[in-house]
Design a protein around this ligand. Sequence first.
Ligand code: KIV
Length: 256
Amino acid sequence: MREGKITVDVIRGMKGRQRLATLTAYDYPMAKLLDEAGIPLLLVGDSLGMVVLGYPDTTHVTVAEIEHHISAVARANPKALIIGDMPYQSYETPEMAVATARRLIAAGADVVKAEGGREIESQVKAIIADGIQFVGHLGMLPQHILEEGKYSIKGKDDAGRAKLFDDATALQEAGAFAVVLELVTPLVAKELTEQFPFMTIGIGSGMDCDGQVLVTPDLVGMFPWFTPRFVKQKRQCGTDIRSAVEEWKAEVEHVG
Ligand code: KIV
């Protein structure tokens, strides 16, 4: 293992002490850049389906595709802990969940993540019993987009809040060490952060989570055709690439 490698215990120990900055990485150069910038947690998320592979949503991503990208990230040999995202319908039963989780670990992930709470409790328990550490994902679940039809905020009423608490309890009892909270109302995200021992990692869920995660292309403007409302974009890399290419093209075309 690389010297200084971030471990699950290091991440757990950050609860209440240090905020956790997490970003997605899908390839070798980005993993190296994010690691050099000191990001402790890299997510090879199934968002790659939309921001890298050109699918309309994450439900098209296959286990083979995630494995391919995890391997590229792992070849960067980052200090950061690598989370491998379990694709849509790849964890329908405990047996299937363990088989998929093992494949992602064999590809180079350090831990795995899947979407859902109470409904995947037995899958999470089976993964952890197999010796693989687990990150949960609650709130808006992008893999449910086909049933739900839109990306909407969760926890707005009593029933929504109660469901989030029940799902969080299931993940805690199963042994998740961190949970992504996506599009959860800031108040409920704060309550979950205060009441559960796992690290909460928010995306579009306010500033009171233990950490934040973003899809890196959103942060740096590498997917300029759509940026979620909650993202404060730091650079316009897509625009920079387009103008660098236009400049070079003009030079080539005007030689002589
Ligand atoms: O796939 C992904 O990148 C994610 C983040 C949006 C948290 O799950």
